[in-house]
Design a protein around this ligand. Structure first.
Ligand SMILES: *Cc1c(COP(=O)(O)O)cnc(C)c1O
Length: 369
């Protein structure tokens, strides 16, 4: 049905704009392996994201997995369970052990005050997530990393284009992964990248995404294949031309949500962060059942009956996944558990009509008892 509203909808350039962009591919018949479009997008993104280096990949998950692998770590990685499956899988698929840190209840990012007590002789790195594009306590995390000689790699999948104190968010830490999946603020259909400053690290990363190959007769690593192809890069070049406008439209929609939902008893909105240039990637609300009258699951069902498909991002916590059951000691993350049981992410994309945002808010406010 066309009147169904989903949590997101991919932004598209016009058919003509994309056709013009891919026409050039027929001139060379060079489809992948760091072609013209790929190199052009890499250059454009380096400027837009304000980072020293960037390596494009076929998706965000492999970018994170290879970003970790290039750090050559052993032991434990402190991370958050309030995230997408990819974050925890990237750690485990590298033969590393995730150690789960609790989150802050205001912005859902890793609680930096709780990291130090989790550091052991085995700790090799910290992998925080800028969840919903909210900025982690990058300063405290950086101080801890220095003190204990730990690597920091951020999952910045949600944080495309976000700035903190005027600096590109992906320039923090030893590395940051950004995702260009179709559902994200900026996309290349499927895609992602690792941003970093160390050139040596970049060389390893470049080899890892191309089978670990150094030269025609030399293979240095048990690498993977994670190259971005020319059609994906071309989509990225087109989308990047309109990113400012797309983020501005998201901002307007977030404003309508905030105006309409402010003061609704039992509905909590995330705090706007100081010094942060937001990308307005997601609009999560936290439902206090006692004050609101309905539970998160009841509100989810009610919206669904009205054709509005909100999402329980992020529920369940990754440390509650079936595949991780009884693999790691129970490490209580009570705030993460509380938020996971109460959070609901509402539809948000540039073309979402004002009337629909107001309709969603009316349903939410009308159900309050
Ligand atoms: C989307 C996402 C990823 C993975 O990115 P893909 O490009 O889909 O592989 C990783 N972490 C988080 C938090 C995400 O939302």
């Amino acid at each position: 049905m066309s009147d169904q509203l989903y949590v997101t909808r991919s932004t598209m350039p016009t058919f003509e704009e994309y056709s013009d962009q891919i026409r050039k591919i027929w001139e060379t018949c060079w489809l992948t392996n760091m072609g013209v479009q790929h190199n052009e997008l890499e250059k454009l993104l380096k400027e837009y994201l304000k980072v020293r280096n960037i390596s494009l990949m076929c998706n965000g998950h492999l970018a994170l997995e290879l970003g970790l692998q290039a750090m050559r770590l052993r032991g434990e990685v402190i991370t958050t369970p309030f995230t997408f499956a990819s974050t925890t899988h990237a750690i485990v698929r590298n033969g590393l052990k995730p150690v789960f840190c609790d989150i802050e209840e205001e912005n859902f990012t890793m609680d930096a005050d709780k990291i130090e007590s989790l550091i052991t002789d085995e700790t090799a790195a910290i992998l925080p997530v800028h969840v919903y594009g909210n900025v982690c306590d990058v300063e405290k995390i950086s101080r801890l990393a220095k003190k204990y000689h730990l690597k920091v790699i951020y999952d910045a999948a949600h944080a495309f284009g976000v700035t903190y104190k005027g600096r590109g968010i992906a320039s923090y830490g030893d590395a940051s992964m950004v995702s260009f999946h179709a559902t994200k603020v900026f996309h290349t259909i499927e895609g992602g990248a690792v941003c970093f400053s160390d050139d040596e690290y970049g060389l390893d990363l470049f080899r890892l995404k191309n089978f670990g190959i150094r030269g025609p007769e030399e293979v240095d690593f048990v690498g993977s294949n994670a190259k971005m192809n020319e059609f994906e890069a071309a989509m990225g070049i087109c989308n990047l031309r309109h990113i400012g406008e797309a983020i501005e439209m998201r901002k307007q929609i977030v404003g309508i949500y905030r105006n309409n939902l402010a003061g609704t008893e039992g509905i909590y909105l995330q705090k706007e962060q100081q010094h942060v240039g937001s990308n307005y990637a997601y609009f999560p609300i936290v439902i206090d059942e006692k004050q609101y009258g309905l539970s998160r699951n009841e509100l989810f069902d009610l919206l669904k009956e009205n054709g509005i498909h909100a999402r329980k991002y992020f529920y369940p916590l990754t440390n509650r996944f079936h595949c991780y059951q009884s693999m790691y000691e129970e490490n209580p993350t009570p705030s993460a558990l509380k938020i996971a049981n109460r959070i609901l992410t509402l539809p948000l994309y540039p073309e979402l009509e004002k009337e629909n945002v107001e309709r969603i808010c009316d349903i939410i406010k009308g159900a309050q008892r």
